[in-house]
Design a protein around this ligand. Structure first.
Ligand code: IDP
Ligand code: MG
Length: 151
């Protein structure tokens, strides 16, 4: 079982796509274990995107991600990190495959609707950055044996 961090970005919220984006992750069978609507401050945004601090688009990226509220989420499931990344699609929505969130809903590389941790290491860092351990809710789903039986 793995956990990942995902975020509906400000454009997703402004465009009324919170439900659509959550719904795609939920329908896949992933389990939501934490969620919050929050306005990221500049300091947190810079830490979240620290790996990009030397890129030419970094200032614009921080302005974009702090331009309005975001929905931060923790999702759990088998290979959750990779599964969420595949549901999001390629970073540039114009190149993302149809059927993915970015491929179906976006046109802009700078405003690409949604974030998902790149790998297990990033997931652990990002979950710790946006959530306290007590924010993650443990619970059983009665559907678990149908969604993710032993293989
Ligand atoms: P990812 O979100 O698919 O992991 P990254 O390469 O980690 O993509 O980039 C982080 C975010 O920075 C992207 O989702 C996008 O919002 C933004 N971004 C990436 N490349 C560019 C660019 O060339 N111009 C403007 N924004 C960019
Ligand atoms: Mg990334």
């Amino acid at each position: 079982m793995s956990r990942t961090f995902a975020m509906v970005k400000p454009d997703g919220i402004q465009r009324g796509l919170i439900g659509e984006i959550i719904s795609r992750l939920e329908r896949k069978g992933l389990k939501l274990v934490a969620m919050r609507l929050v306005a990221l401050d500049v300091d947190l945004a810079r830490r979240h995107y620290a790996e990009h601090q030397d890129k030419p688009f970094f200032a614009r990226l921080v302005r974009y991600i702090t331009a309005g509220p975001v929905v931060v989420m923790a999702w759990e499931g088998p290979e959750a990190v990779q599964v969420v990344r595949s549901l999001l699609g390629a970073t540039n929505p114009r190149q993302a495959q149809a059927g993915t969130i970015r491929g179906d809903l976006g046109l802009s590389l700078a405003a690409n609707l949604v974030h998902g941790s790149a790998d297990d290491e990033a997931a652990a860092i990002e979950l710790a950055l946006h959530f306290s351990p007590g924010d993650l809710v443990g619970y059983d789903r009665t559907s678990e044996a149908w969604i993710s039986p032993e293989e």
